[in-house]
Design a protein around this ligand. Structure first.
Ligand SMILES: Nc1nc2c(ncn2[C@@H]2O[C@H](COP(=O)(O)OP(=O)(O)OP(=O)(O)O)[C@@H](O)[C@H]2O)c(=O)[nH]1
Ligand SMILES: [Mg+2]
Length: 379
């Protein structure tokens, strides 16, 4: 008899490193001979994560238009259709980074309503250290210290309601993944681990770098281990949760860039994010995650900006020149959606003009996430 597929969901706040981690895990499972599918999720279509994971050769299904918890049936339909075509051994799932209460609204319904068709792994939540220090404090005695310094840079702001979501994400986790270990000294990692231990007693912690792969064995050990699933009870105030989500302007768009002579794809993409960063900084809009993928004949490039204070990074380089580039941009920014649209449209047009190209927006959706209304909630 064939075994039921494993369902591994990796949560965590916007920009924490979920997609990077899932891509790493998927590559490892695949090289171990396992068939892997991935399910991505967003409030709207045109997802950078989906396109990025597909460029890495993975079989990806997308639940778009609503989060897993509010569109549980679409999650199970997507998984079923991937199951029919790919017969997966492993299903990796990435929920929306502003979602919480996922044990009650996704994991338990999968176990109890969806009739145990999966072997569900312990639920891990990724933390970006700059967020961790910002919210949990510099030392275990002073949670929430403001103006945290990380490697010399001040981290971006976090509203109390966004902080509420971040904390709820940790509270319901079976284990926490401290990501970006490549950027921190072991003393700083110890400090953050101690803060977590003081504020979330008994929480298992894995230290990892999704970028370098450091610590991935420890992540596998916990995912593959016999640990409890959905082991922590949690109360959530849906008013605060909804208000926290609605603080963000959300924008997904598709753009065609056409140039008479070939342009450098990577430079164009990073230049676009730099332009967006400058425009958003000028109006004091806090970036939660700005990401874009450029698809051209010669390859694909991905660029990300995960806070207002850092620099945009090219996470995937195409090292190509092209006349035609198709872009998908996803922005999650503390800004009114109409203003966010205006900023993005202007940056596209200026960046295109700057290289003698024409940038045409093909589709664009911008909004504030609506109040979460879960399909199921099993506490
Ligand atoms: N230095 C470093 N960068 C990382 C690491 N993990 C992820 N990143 C970078 O952080 C950025 C965001 O990573 P993603 O994996 O897209 O984050 P996410 O949690 O999926 O983001 P959302 O889907 O928008 O919530 C990208 O530029 C990654 O390359 C890490 O371990 N170290
Ligand atoms: Mg992602």
């Amino acid at each position: 008899m064939t075994q039921a597929p494993r369902f591994i969901m990796i949560g965590g706040f916007l920009g924490a490193g979920k997609t990077t981690t899932i891509a790493r895990l998927a590559a490892q499972f695949r090289s171990a001979g396992q068939r892997v599918v991935i399910v991505t999720n967003d409030q709207a279509s045109d997802l950078v994560d989906t396109l990025f994971l597909r460029t890495q050769g993975f079989d990806v299904g997308e639940v778009a238009g609503s989060c897993f918890c509010c569109n549980f049936d679409e999650l199970t339909r997507t998984v079923e259709s991937l199951g029919e075509s790919a017969r997966p051994d492993v299903i990796l799932a990435e929920p929306v980074g502003s979602c919480t209460d996922l044990v009650a609204t996704v994991i338990r319904p999968l176990e109890q309503v969806y009739d145990q068709r999966f072997r569900i792994a312990p639920y891990g939540v990724i933390i970006k250290p700059s967020h961790g220090f910002k919210i949990l404090g510099e030392s275990s005695k002073e949670p929430g210290t403001d103006g945290t310094e990380l490697n010399g840079s001040v981290t971006g702001g976090f509203s109390p309601k966004a902080e509420y979501i971040f904390r709820k994400q940790i509270e319901e986790a079976d284990f926490v993944i401290l990501n970006r270990a490549d950027e921190l000294s072991s003393e700083r990692l110890d400090q953050l681990t101690a803060n977590l231990a003081a504020q979330y007693p008994g929480m298992p912690v894995v230290r990892m770098s999704a970028k370098t792969g450091m610590g991935l064995d420890a992540l596998h050990a916990i995912i593959d281990g016999p640990g409890a699933v959905g082991s922590r009870a949690m109360e959530v105030d849906y008013d605060t949760y909804a208000e926290g989500e609605a603080e963000l302007g959300w924008l997904n768009c598709q753009v065609e860039v056409r140039a008479a002579s070939a342009i450098d794809v990577d430079r164009f993409l990073i230049g676009l994010l730099q332009r967006l960063q400058a425009a958003l900084a000028a109006i004091g809009a806090e970036v939660a995650h700005l990401k874009a993928i450029a698809i051209a004949d010669g390859g694909q490039a991905v660029a990300n900006l995960v806070s207002s204070v850092g620099e945009p990074v090219l996470s995937l380089a195409s090292e190509s020149q092209a006349n035609d580039i198709n872009l998908v941009i996803n922005a999650r920014v503390g800004l009114d959606p109409d203003r966010l649209t205006a900023v993005v449209e202007q940056a596209i047009s200026q960046q295109s003009d700057g290289v003698g190209a024409r940038g045409k927006v093909i589709s664009l959706q911008s909004f504030r996430p609506g109040r979460p209304v879960p399909t199921h909630r099993l506490v």
